[in-house]
Design a protein around this ligand. Sequence first.
Ligand SMILES: [Zn+2]
Length: 311
Amino acid sequence: MTFIEALSSENLDRIRSFPKADLHNHFVLGGSREYIFNKTGYKITPISSPLKSMSEMDSWSSKYIGNRFNGPEGRKLLIEATFAQAKFDGVSVLEIGEDVWGLSEFFNNDIEELVYSFQEANYKIAPEIELRLQIGLSRHCPIDYLMDCLMHFWGHKEFYSIDLYGDELAQPIENFIPIYEKAAENGLVLKAHIGEWGTAQDIVTAVKALHLDEVQHGIAAVQDEDVVDFLVENDIRLNITPSSNVLLGRVPDMADHPIAQLYRKGVNVTINSDDVLIFDSDVSKEYLRLYKSGCLTKEELDDIRLNGLNI
Ligand SMILES: [Zn+2]
């Protein structure tokens, strides 16, 4: 059976059995519900209807996650749960990492321990998965503070990429230029969350200012033909998370998700989970939902899957 046939038959288990990439996954919310339940007896329920704001998402997080997993052991459990989820989902390339502030909070300022926690979980739960370790930044943090935290990260070759997330409107993107210059010197793949809450023009501004290789979301691009052309010409990849976009009210429904238009205009797109625990959005489900809604054809979805794997 091929992936295309698995989609045709709408068989989720079959879809799971094919390799796929998850290049937009916040591991704290990326774990397997079942794994967490088996280890802690604690049930985490996803949201079922769209949220009206980011603050509603924050209250979901404080209710279900809160301080419950703080400390090195809790953090390690969430990392393991994310590998367990990815394994179940058939993810073969997983890009996840820690927030820079997490280093002192959860790993005693010991960068080796942080790196080892991810590698150990990778080895223990799913050694067949290729881990792409990411450095995560919150957009609301002061630049000096981020720079201080990052001192521990620079020069560690285990890191693959850097990503910026949190409130997209918190501060001007230009503030992050010194950080991204340093990240480029360190050979990291440069990514940022742009064009989820912001405008199409914000995407161009950010890509130019930070020399981004990839954009997390970037769906606002669809509103401006010139921005779509810019993304195609510069081969900027958009790592898109459809269920998250629907449930955060960024797009009206799955059938009309802009991924179809962006893909058909030649933009490099991938399909990802974002936050499995909150959006019930594993990667296989995302493919099936896009297919069942009629947003993309099964052939297009297979092409996007292979693109994510660089095949
Ligand atoms: Zn995200």
